[in-house]
Ligand binder design. Structure first.
Ligand SMILES: [Zn+2]
Length: 60
């Protein structure tokens, strides 16, 4: 039973909320380096575009 508890707690640590401010989608990060932040590529792309525009606007 202890083994199952470990697996469950590990899965919970991989479960989060989408990093998109306007989205509350669940993110289950199964990537090895835990780099996943968005529930979908649509949210990821939207934020990538916003970050790009913010960089452009700041004149960097
Ligand atoms: Zn999302």
């Amino acid at each position: 039973m202890a083994m199952i508890d470990v697996i469950r707690s590990d899965e919970m640590s991989r479960l989060g909320i989408c990093a998109d401010d306007d989205c509350e989608g669940l993110v289950l990060d199964l990537s090895r380096n835990r780099s996943r932040r968005f529930c979908s590529t649509a949210c990821g792309n939207r934020n990538a575009v916003a970050a790009y525009r913010a960089r452009q606007a700041s004149g960097a």
